[in-house]
Design a protein around this ligand. Structure first.
Ligand SMILES: [Zn+2]
Ligand SMILES: [Zn+2]
Length: 402
């Protein structure tokens, strides 16, 4: 008499997964759907932990060497994992060897895999012996804590168990710091870099402090608002003018443009943004908007033929008279675009009739606009007027509906 071939748990699992993925979910009530997400996540995490256990054994026995491959290389080809995914699993498998109790907890579904991984990384970094006396406490915390407090606990433990190593790791992170702001094809800048904990926190805090709370009608994404905050930060820094000179000049934006180009006349040479290259005439009109006619037209007015005018933008060189700027501050007290709360110090003085078109630099022709809304007026086709002291904006024609 022959026994039926035993079905392995993994074969049974395949059958169960087949049944789960075949379930219709369209009619599922919200509450049941929520429960499903929680249950599936738990199952996925337990299986991921089990995968780590088996990768660990596979790696320790050097099974991949049979195929003349590294474990990472084998995972890539056999499981079609990305390099990153494969390296991550092997790294975790190594780390969990120093904290086996944490892996037991994750496989049992008692602690989320991310918490258990924090214990494993700590043990791998400072040594299994150093962690052994507190491993039970750490695993217990991994089973009860949210990931945030858990990270704090493991970082504190790292500092207590291995203060020199923690300092060395912080030093290495500091030494690795880098930042690049590169212009790519098409005039778009890409920012990349890596900062240590202190530097990164400073930058993040500064940007978060400047990110405006979205108002109704603000269509910017959170990411766009962060990008605007970064630009604002740079602009503020230059306007303050408390920095060293760059190649003999105070750093600021310098645009060189002919008056005809600023009058947006087609066929005129493109304005040049110093340090970048040619820019669209509308961009030059906006950058030039906050400087005053008197300062920039002298060359054109008094020297016929010398119609190329360097415009310098930056507080040290701004030439809107102080009393007009002060009157503007008293009248507008910040950006006049309805719903915007950017204060005066973030604003440009927008000439409603551009000085290049003969507009006067006087209060009646000026209105305070933040960078975002100054952009909306010059480059996105919005218009603004002041009627009985109230700002009235008109969207560009294609945005008007109904
Ligand atoms: Zn303007
Ligand atoms: Zn604004």
């Amino acid at each position: 008499m022959q026994a039926a071939a035993a079905v392995s748990p993994l074969e049974e699992l395949e059958d169960v997964v087949d049944a789960v993925v075949a379930e219709p979910i369209d009619r599922l009530p919200d509450a049941a759907l929520s429960d499903d997400v929680v249950a599936l996540n738990r199952a996925v995490e337990r299986l991921e932990a089990e995968l780590i256990r088996r990768v660990q054994a596979f790696h320790q026995r050097r099974v991949a060497a049979t195929w003349r491959l590294s474990t990472v290389g084998w995972l890539r080809s056999a499981c079609r994992m990305s390099v990153r995914g494969a390296a991550h699993r092997v790294h975790l498998a190594d780390a969990f060897a120093a904290a086996p109790a944490a892996l037991v907890s994750a496989r049992a579904g008692r602690s989320p895999l991310c918490n258990a991984s924090m214990v494993a990384r700590l043990a791998a970094d400072v040594g299994a012996e150093a962690v052994a006396p507190i491993q039970e406490v750490l695993v217990d915390a991994a089973e009860r804590f949210e990931p945030g407090p858990m990270r704090r606990l493991t970082e504190e433990s790292r500092l207590l168990l291995d203060p020199d190593g923690s300092l060395a790791a912080a030093d290495r992170a500091y030494e690795r710091r880098w930042f690049a702001c590169d212009e790519t094809y098409g005039g778009v800048f890409v920012l990349r870099g890596e900062l240590d904990a202190e530097g990164g926190t400073l930058v993040k805090t500064a940007i978060e402090a400047l990110v405006a709370v979205p108002r109704p009608g603000d269509e910017r994404t959170a990411s766009q608002r962060r990008a605007d905050a970064l630009t604002d930060m740079a602009s503020q820094q230059l306007h303050r003018g408390e920095h060293k000179s760059v190649s003999g000049e105070r750093p600021h934006l310098t645009v060189t443009a002919s008056l005809d180009a600023l009058r947006d006349q087609a066929g005129t040479p493109l304005p040049e943004l110093k340090g970048f290259g040619p820019v669209h005439r509308q961009i030059a009109r906006r950058i030039a908007c906050d400087v005053v006619r008197r300062d920039v037209t002298i060359a054109g007015d008094t020297a016929p033929g010398a119609d190329v005018v360097p415009l310098s933008v930056g507080r040290s060189r701004r030439t809107i008279p102080a009393h007009i700027r002060e009157a503007l501050r008293l009248r507008d007290n910040g950006c006049r675009f309805p719903g915007c709360d950017r204060g005066h110090e973030w604003c440009d003085a927008h000439h409603r009739v551009h000085w290049a078109d003969g507009g006067k630099t006087e209060l009646s022709n000026l209105v305070s606009l933040c960078r975002r809304h100054h952009h909306a007026i010059h480059e996105e086709g919005w218009s603004i007027s002041i009627s009985d002291g109230a700002a009235v904006i008109t969207p560009p024609p294609e945005r008007v509906t109904g």
